[in-house]
Design a protein around this ligand. Structure first.
Ligand SMILES: Cc1cc2nc3c(=O)[nH]c(=O)nc-3n(C[C@H](O)[C@H](O)[C@H](O)COP(=O)(O)O)c2cc1C
Length: 357
């Protein structure tokens, strides 16, 4: 595949050279990672979903200090958490043995540790003022008025779909492109309603379906780890590929030592979709937390991100005791194909492989 034979419409719109998007990864992507990817001709992304508006502004400034190229900022549009004191108390009791196994006790209470973008006026003001070239959404859509304002600011808007129905809603709301997130994907499943039935479509079928049914460009995500995978996604009709797991082990990633070690261990062959860590389904490297989740009913887990408050407390206690197995070690099914390269070098490899495929 040569540059001239690539589908140009989305890349031209995004202002990038190659149809490669580094996935926004809250907690793992960094301004340095995004800048390295954008400087290599792809689209670097910042996962701002779990940040305050002030921290998001700092992250955007840190990117801009390293790159003048396009930037994608990503926000979480989940339904604001509905507290349920009885369920939260029962959940903390359920986690007590895990806390005790690392010489700790569960917190007395847990709460909504970050706001949904749909309820975060300060974040909207920050993003609008910063004028990123691309704004993307996970877990649903923001307010109509905010979509209009961001589009008027010149931003290209992207939404995540795990089904044709979600994709149609995104396109109808004015998204300029839709991420087809297959069940293979690492991290949180972008489904709008985590309690709705899930047909668990894989990247291959979902990408092809959306490419056929939607008038807007489709970005394939889930299990894509190298240039051959990117070329395959383009062959299915995708206008670009979004890769998350491929960048976790990069030098610029915020992944800690335990996460990196797990990624290059047997756990990479056993990723698990679980909601026990955060309160929403997410694909994680098999670890002590995912094992605990095997016996849990979904309705027993507190709402997202209230459950994540407990999950982060458990991980912090475990790490302090030298136990890395309670981390949110998100990864997709392609995890065994991960490479530990600086993000710019990984981009160069992905482009060379894609062009050779
Ligand atoms: C560590 C990690 C964190 C993620 N965080 C986000 C996020 O903040 N926002 C988002 O839209 N997607 C997030 N995702 C999902 C990615 O956008 C993408 O769908 C996924 O990485 C694709 O599958 P892959 O990991 O197999 O490449 C995350 C994925 C990973 C692996």
């Amino acid at each position: 595949m040569t540059a001239s034979s690539l589908p140009r419409h989305l890349t031209a719109r995004l202002g990038i050279d190659w149809p490669v998007i580094q996935a926004p990864m809250a907690g793992t992507s960094t301004p340095a990672m995004a800048a390295a990817v954008s400087n290599a001709g792809g689209l670097g992304s910042l996962g701002l979903g779990a940040m305050t508006a002030a921290a998001a502004g700092d992250a955007i400034r840190a990117f801009r200090a390293r790159s003048a190229r396009p930037l994608n900022v990503n926000l979480f549009c989940h339904r604001p958490a509905q507290p349920d004191g009885a369920r939260e108390a029962a959940w903390l009791e359920r986690l007590r043995p895990a806390f005790e196994s690392v010489q700790a006790a569960p917190p007395a209470a847990i709460g909504e540790i970050y706001k949904s973008f749909v309820a975060d006026e300060a974040m909207f003001t920050t993003i609008l003022a910063a004028r990123p070239q691309v704004v993307s959404f996970h877990f649903g859509l923001p307010r109509d008025a905010w979509i209009r304002a961001l589009k008027e600011s010149g931003a290209v808007l992207i939404g995540t779909a795990t089904s044709l129905e979600e994709a149609r809603r995104l396109a109808a709301a004015g998204m300029d492109a839709v991420v087809a997130q297959g069940y293979e994907a690492g991290g949180h499943r972008g489904m709008f309603d985590p309690d709705a039935p899930d047909n668990r479509l894989g990247t291959f079928a979902l990408t092809r379906l959306l490419a056929r049914e939607l008038a807007v460009p489709v970005i394939a995500a889930g299990g894509i780890m190298d240039g051959r995978g990117i070329a395959a996604a383009l062959g299915l009709g995708a206008a670009a590929a979004q890769l998350g797991t491929a960048f976790i082990a990069s030098a610029e990633s915020a992944a800690d030592e335990g996460y990196r070690a797990a990624l290059f261990s047997d756990a990479a062959h056993h990723t698990v979709m679980t909601r026990v860590i955060s309160g929403r389904p997410a694909r994680c490297l098999a670890n002590r937390f995912t094992a605990l989740g095997a016996t849990v009913q979904p309705e027993d887990v507190p709402a997202y991100p209230i459950a994540y408050d407990a999950g982060k407390a458990l991980n912090a206690a475990a790490k302090a005791a030298g136990e890395p197995g309670y981390g949110a070690q998100w990864a997709g099914q392609g995890a065994p194909l991960a490479r530990a390269l600086p993000a710019g070098q990984l981009m160069a490899a992905l482009i060379a492989e894609m062009n050779a495929a």
